[in-house]
Design a binder for this molecule. Structure first.
Ligand SMILES: Cc1cc2nc3c(=O)[nH]c(=O)nc-3n(C[C@H](O)[C@H](O)[C@H](O)COP(=O)(O)O)c2cc1C
Length: 276
């Protein structure tokens, strides 16, 4: 692995922050300047903590110029703002039909790609539907798959809610896709260390980012079950590799509903531990 590690000697103040923060002790403070320990570089997980922690922007790794990092503003959201975001986020089941600009979706996914992954493997595949015509095709293909399963009596007792999905559809109500203009599915190769967590974290970050932008989202298990249990060809049609762990779907778009206040949840169940 070529790490392209360089130190700008004019900027480096030899504080040792990069050495201390490297999780795998790959960097050493030589008598001169920080340097890679050649016997340990194969442990590097490319987290770039060394680049991020350097107070003077003297360190480059993986060919990244520290000047190109997003500056960390003084105005990170406050705890109160984060609490309002987390408490104020709602599952949206009414969407406006017009799609979001593709560049907005692209920028959201680029941000979400910064979510943590086990061993920094960054293997999340973001399968996204941007155009409403594709959403319409997917909706219809899903319903037809469910309808065939109903007619051919292939639904188990536990899958009987799909009957309601089909009969609601026939009455003009889309209770599965909620007429959303967009869909996101995150999948991760089975072979990485933590595929389920990586997928769920990415989706959670997407949901909160969307909420901060006034974009509505709906986590959707029904779509996942329809794809994995009934219309099993749809993952392939969407180009999601067979050997990936598949996540839930998230429907998203401009909301057609406005919530004026938070809901009031029960007290958190906390198991406070003090060992003696
Ligand atoms: C993993 C997961 C799967 C969900 N699946 C569905 C779904 O298939 N259909 C649906 O309408 N809502 C679904 N929801 C939304 C939940 O019903 C919703 O989060 C819950 O009722 C609380 O409402 P709130 O999100 O507005 O706080 C799902 C939520 C999660 C976290």
């Amino acid at each position: 692995m070529e790490l392209q590690f360089t130190i700008d000697r004019d900027l480096c103040i030899q504080c040792g922050a990069c050495v201390d923060d490297c999780p795998f002790h790959i960097i050493e403070l030589t008598p001169d300047f920080p340097a890679l320990n050649p016997t340990r570089i194969h442990h590097c997980i490319q987290c770039q903590h060394c680049l991020a922690v350097c107070p003077t922007g003297a360190l480059s790794i993986l060919g990244r110029n520290p000047q190109d990092s997003m500056p960390l503003p003084e105005s990170l959201p406050t705890a109160q703002q984060m609490a309002a975001l987390i408490r104020g986020r709602r599952s949206v089941r009414h969407f406006q039909p017009e799609p979001l600009p593709p560049e907005v979706i692209a920028s959201m996914l680029q941000t979400v790609a910064n979510a943590p992954t086990g061993k920094n493997n960054r293997q999340c595949l973001f399968t996204v539907i941007e155009d409403p015509a594709t959403m319409d095709l997917l909706r219809k293909a899903t319903i037809e798959g469910l309808r065939a399963a109903v007619l051919e009596k292939r639904l188990s007792e536990g899958q009987s809610y799909f009957r309601h999905v089909v009969s609601a559809w026939d009455q003009g109500r889309d209770i599965i896709f909620r007429n959303a203009p967009h869909l996101l599915m995150v999948s991760v190769p089975q072979t990485v260390t933590t595929p389920d967590a990586d997928m769920l974290i990415a989706m959670s970050y997407f949901e909160l980012l969307a909420a901060s932008m006034g974009i509505g989202t709906l986590w959707n298990a029904m779509i996942k079950w329809a794809f994995s249990e009934i219309s099993t060809d749809l993952y392939e049609r969407l180009g999601i590799p067979e050997d990936h762990v598949k996540g839930y779907a998230i429907l998203f778009g401009k909301p057609a509903v406005h919530y004026h206040r938070t809901v009031q949840r029960d007290e958190a169940q906390v198991n406070r531990v003090r060992l003696t």
